[in-house]
Design a protein around this ligand. Structure first.
Ligand code: NZQ
Ligand code: ZN
Length: 387
């Protein structure tokens, strides 16, 4: 196990009927006036918005709103949020939504104090050093953004979907009430499951040796996600399955699985972000296509780990044969198909003629991948494998 520092400052309030605690939590943190940030309106349909507003009113907390955050959140909305935040002299931000809303709120929180061009917080090492306090009501479990310091934003002008991160971006308090996810369209539940599995796999397949506890945690998360998703596809209001899926998603990307590892591979995420940037694909959908291609391309870099994956996740004994190590990958693809995810680019209308654009978009960064540092040719081959 490698040396590590683990620090996660986010307070989590988890369970049924917890939304109403938000006013009290804001008050405890001296929030008198906040910016409420949300998406396209699901929170108005499922009652979350009304519950939040009455809790704010009960606690005498004033607010302004910026809504309309789209999946794959855009830089223009972040700039709008910063302008509103500055004009209204707010004390903090309350994000109500999934990863897109939370990430947009984080960028506003950091951008509020950032003196340089905000995109430099994503494109350069000059990250956010200070941010407004952020509070979260999570309505979709997938990204782990509710308990981490990452924000992924799309710059519509440059077509770059890039990440920034920092300790200042961790939410102060996050409320996770799994019952508010009863209203999720099936597709969003599935996307969340795939994203969670993918986060666990980024750490699982980064080439670290002697990290037994992290491997077992990752395996436990992946198995739990598979079981919970299968229950939810039949019974979307099953509380225990929702709760297990929700907590798995948080644990998969709150720093826990990263401890003692090389820090994760993340090539599949980088390649998927380019897919989302150019074709506005949902992150969980893009990952169901890209990650299996990355696995197929790289399994011979760490055969034993792929053997172990097949055994621990799908109960397939590959007998430590290089050829059979691929059986676990095939089983994962079959499961993605079973739950209704596309597993090839052609299924979402992306074809051979788009590959060069994807390669160009994905190779703008310093490097991609840890298990294997990917060259431009590797990136091209992985996209082609995904066709
Ligand atoms: O906008 P509304 O109307 O709220 O609808 C949303 C949205 O259309 C809907 N939804 C959310 N909660 C709901 C609901 N519908 C009904 N009932 C509810 N309870 O779901 C749709 C998708 O929401 P979105 O926030 O886009 O999904 P997700 O949570 O999967 O976030 C994806 C974004 O996060 C980034 C992704 O790249 C993508 O941009 N990621 C962020 C990470 C992080 N910050 O650490 C890491 C991830 O790897 C990922 O890259
Ligand atoms: Zn992800």
């Amino acid at each position: 196990m490698n040396n590590f520092i683990f620090q996660n400052p986010t307070k989590i309030i988890f369970g049924k009927d917890t939304i109403e605690k938000i006013g009290e939590e804001l008050k405890k943190n001296n929030m008198k006036k906040i910016l409420i940030h949300y998406g396209g309106g699901s929170i108005k349909k499922n009652g979350v918005y009304d519950r939040v507003i009455s809790s704010l009113k009960e606690n005498d907390i004033d607010f302004v709103e910026v809504s309309g955050v789209k999946p794959n959140p855009r830089l223009s909305k972040v700039l709008e949020g910063i302008a509103v935040a500055k004009k209204n002299d707010i004390d903090g931000i309350l994000a109500i939504g999934g990863g897109s809303v939370i990430d947009s709120a984080k960028a506003i929180a950091g951008g509020f104090y950032y003196e340089d061009d905000i995109w430099n917080a994503f494109a350069t090492k000059n990250r956010f050093k200070k941010a407004l306090p952020l509070f979260v009501i999570l309505t979709l479990s997938a990204t782990g953004s509710e308990m981490n310091g990452n924000a992924v934003i799309t710059n519509e002008k440059t077509k770059q979907k890039w990440t920034t991160s920092g300790l200042v971006l961790y939410p102060k308090v996050t409320i996770i009430d799994p019952t508010v996810q009863f209203s999720l369209p099936e597709k969003q539940t599935i996307n969340g499951a795939v994203d969670t599995i993918s986060h666990a796999m980024e750490y699982y397949f980064d080439g670290t040796e002697n990290n037994e506890i992290q491997l077992q945690l990752a395996e436990g998360i992946i198995r739990t996600v598979i079981n919970s998703t299968e229950i939810l596809l039949k019974d979307p209001e099953n509380y225990e399955a929702r709760a297990n899926l929700a907590w798995s998603a948080t644990l998969a990307l709150n720093g826990l699985l990263s401890t003692g590892t090389k820090g994760g591979d993340w090539a599949s995420h980088e390649l998927e972000h380019s897919l989302s940037a150019l074709f506005d694909v949902a992150h969980g959908e893009g990952l169901a296509i890209i990650f299996p291609a990355w696995l197929k391309y790289n399994y011979n870099q760490h055969i034993e780990r792929f053997d172990r994956f097949a055994l621990k996740i799908f109960n397939i004994d590959t007998g430590n044969h290089a050829i059979d190590a691929k059986l676990g990958i095939e089983a994962l693809i079959e499961w993605y198909k079973k739950i209704g995810q596309p597993t090839t680019l052609s299924e979402i209308g992306v074809t051979e003629k788009d590959i060069e654009n994807l390669v160009k978009n994905a190779t703008q960064k310093e490097y991609i991948g840890r298990l294997k540092r990917l060259t431009e040719e590797d990136v091209r081959s992985i996209y082609k494998l995904a066709l």
